[in-house]
Design a protein around this ligand. Structure first.
Ligand SMILES: Nc1ncnc2c1ncn2[C@@H]1O[C@H](COP(=O)(O)OP(=O)(O)OP(=O)(O)O)[C@@H](O)[C@H]1O
Length: 626
């Protein structure tokens, strides 16, 4: 699997002439987006319909202290059909929002497939959300049904009165059944096992995903079915992403996928769960808390070959297990990382300690998979344990044909987030919407039309009930203009983008533009530092000075023999050491004039540092000082 008979004709299959470099990949690529397209058709129905693939594993469900459970594509389809029928009986119609408030478990995959195949709109909500966050999203989205489990039922029920349109709550695995909630097993047992998929328009809404709220109030981004097609060049261009040519029936894959990214987040849903099912492979779903040890245990136990590991997870793994292969046997072939800048410390760790060139990706909920590296070097002997690969479906020389070996994509530059993936016209633009010259920072933007003038399918449909915010995202007419990401980058002479920070996080100190990412990355390279966040501290003379909030690595603290945080001598010495460390590596004006040691940084549920919270704290403190 995947088999040729299961291959859908809707995805980017065109092979340009054999080429060996980025420009040709880019210009040779044409989108093929059908009028009608449903994510559940390509992620599930085509596999479940074929005897050869129906019995293969779709989800490996794991939870601490419980045996692993393998669920096949056939089982996934059967359960999804039953749930679709049940939801229809509850009055759910095409276009209605269904909240899926579940962790990584088999039923979560069932819920998405059921909702998608009936043309309703899935709304992922994290199990980590408290009542306030849930109420905001359930109310704003006007969801009619919420599907929960024991980890989320109380919180959802506590706000259901405040969400008058929420008619039904379904509870997975909650025994005894709770008043006011329908029991999942009973609901599915009573429902019919056949369901006819709704052939949605490619442009029709599939999921409503609220952004993580790193920079402000979360906005609901409405994502159409076609966005999965838009993501595909990213998936297949990512370095050895699926470890096989997904369009080559003669090369069955052994790829196994796992990501700690919550399936309720764009990264977990659109970059892990759905693409794994799209390629007919098994995904490990771990229902439990992330820890570096759990991560390595899962990678080893399931022989995970492909993982989306966001930078916060990788940093924690790097600090806890600097040499993991001394303890764990890993089969990793590909790591994608996104959500925050990867930085060269983590990049080096992946290459040297995990044996994989990390493929950094950049995107956002609204336009998900737009920039990245494509470091495929077919027949690359430097990558231990990596099987021989097929050619990229987007073109490129194929080593099996005896043609030229070497790069088919574009190699990763450590610290850079890569180039625009084929099919997406990506640029760095200024305030007026003009492309910035090489080396000049600007806003990363994607054009609605690709290099051929065809609409790029990756785009969201707009923000839910927020036309003003939708319009503000574009430089002009929504159908034919640039869409700003709100993230700053510079482009180098080779066309690689170097992340500078969110427009909101970049600040000026003593007249210099400071992008926090570079300084944070430098701090994390010091063995004492587990994580860091850099923000401006208001300063009467210089406007602002660079301030770093630092979380120390547990291993470092343990080795300090009695010296600890709170001891001013220890803190002063360490501050001076960290300042010298940054001064030795970056521009003189970039070193943090002030360092504050903290136990933890404010994070979103998706594992991103909320610099905004720290910045506001600094502003408040400055007001109090004045
Ligand atoms: N490779 C990367 N390097 C640096 N930052 C990245 C990278 N990939 C993604 N990001 C950051 O993540 C953002 C996308 O995250 P997401 O869509 O989850 O919402 P959010 O921006 O965190 O939430 P909100 O819009 O509510 O503040 C990007 O805009 C960018 O700031």
């Amino acid at each position: 699997m995947p088999q040729s008979q299961g291959r859908d004709k809707t995805t980017p299959t065109r092979r340009p002439a054999a080429v060996n470099h980025y420009d040709a990949l880019h210009s040779g690529f044409r989108w093929q987006v059908p009028d009608r397209f449903n994510m559940a058709e390509v992620c599930l129905r085509r596999w479940a319909a074929q005897p050869a693939t129906a019995a293969s594993t779709a989800v490996i469900a794991c939870a601490a202290g419980q045996p692993d459970r393998h669920h096949s594509y056939a089982e996934l389809q059967d359960q999804a059909n039953r749930l679709s029928n049940a939801l229809a009986a509850m009055g759910v119609e095409r276009g209605d929002r269904v909240a899926i408030v579940l962790p990584q478990r088999f039923e979560t995959a069932v819920a998405y497939m059921a909702v998608l195949q009936m043309g309703a709109v899935g709304m992922p909500l994290s199990q980590l959300f408290g009542p306030e966050a849930l109420e905001y999203r359930l109310h704003d989205s006007e969801a009619v049904v919420a599907i929960c489990d024991a980890s989320t039922l109380d919180a959802v029920q506590s706000v259901s009165d405040a969400c008058p349109l929420l008619r039904t709550v379904v509870a997975v695995g909650v025994q005894p059944a709770r008043a006011g909630a329908l029991d999942w097993s009973a609901v599915l047992a009573q429902a019919a096992p056949d369901f006819a998929l709704v052939h949605t328009l490619a442009d029709e809404a599939a999921v409503l995903i609220y952004t993580s709220g790193t920079t402000g109030n979360p906005k609901g981004a409405l994502i159409p079915h076609r966005a999965l097609i838009g993501n595909l060049t990213g998936f297949v261009c990512s370095q050895n992403w699926f470890g096989f040519d997904p369009f080559d029936a003669a090369q069955p894959s052994q790829a196994v996928f796992w990501s700690p990214a919550d399936w309720a987040w764009t990264g977990g849903l659109m970059d892990a769960l759905l693409p794994t099912l799209y390629f007919g492979r098994p995904i490990v779903g771990y229902n439990g808390r992330f820890s570096p040890q759990t991560a390595f245990e899962l990678l080893e136990r399931h022989g995970v070959t492909h993982s989306f590991l966001f930078p916060t997870a990788l940093k924690a793994m790097m600090k806890a297990f600097p040499e993991p292969r001394q303890r764990y046997t890993l089969r990793l072939q590909a790591i994608m990382s996104a959500g925050e800048a990867v930085g060269d410390a983590v990049f080096a760790y992946c290459q040297q300690q995990l044996g994989v060139t990390v493929n950094e990706m950049f995107g956002q909920t609204e336009i998900n998979y737009i920039v990245g590296n494509c470091a495929m070097e077919w027949g690359n002997a430097a990558a231990p344990g990596r099987p021989k690969q097929g050619g990229t479906p987007l073109g490129g020389s194929d080593p099996r044909s005896g043609g030229a070996r070497g790069r088919t994509g574009w190699p990763a530059k450590p610290g850079s987030m890569g180039k625009g993936y084929p099919g997406h016209r990506v640029a760095v633009i200024d305030d007026e919407g003009n492309e910035c010259p090489v080396g000049v920072p600007g806003d990363v933007a994607v054009h609605r039309l690709d290099v051929h003038g065809d609409p790029d399918p990756i785009f969201f449909l707009g923000y839910w009930k927020n036309e003003a915010a939708t319009r503000a995202k574009f430089t002009g007419d929504m159908a034919s203009s640039w869409c700003r990401t709100g993230d700053m980058a510079v482009r180098d002479a080779d066309g690689y983008l170097w992340y500078q920070g969110r427009a909101d996080d970049v600040f000026k100190a003593a007249g210099y533009r400071i992008g926090p990412g570079e300084i944070e990355n430098c701090l994390v390279k010091h063995p004492a530092v587990a994580n860091a966040a850099v923000v401006p501290k208001p300063d009467a003379e210089r406007g602002a000075v660079v301030k770093a909030y630092v979380v120390l690595a547990q291993e470092y603290l343990t080795a300090q023999a009695g010296r600890a945080l709170g001891d001013p001598v220890f803190e002063q010495a360490l501050t001076a050491e960290l300042q010298a460390h940054v001064k030795g590596k970056l521009a003189p004006y970039e070193y943090p004039k002030e360092i504050e040691f903290v136990d933890a940084l404010p994070m979103t549920t998706t594992g991103k540092v909320q610099r905004r919270v720290l910045r506001l704290q600094e502003e408040e403190r400055a007001r109090a000082r004045a």
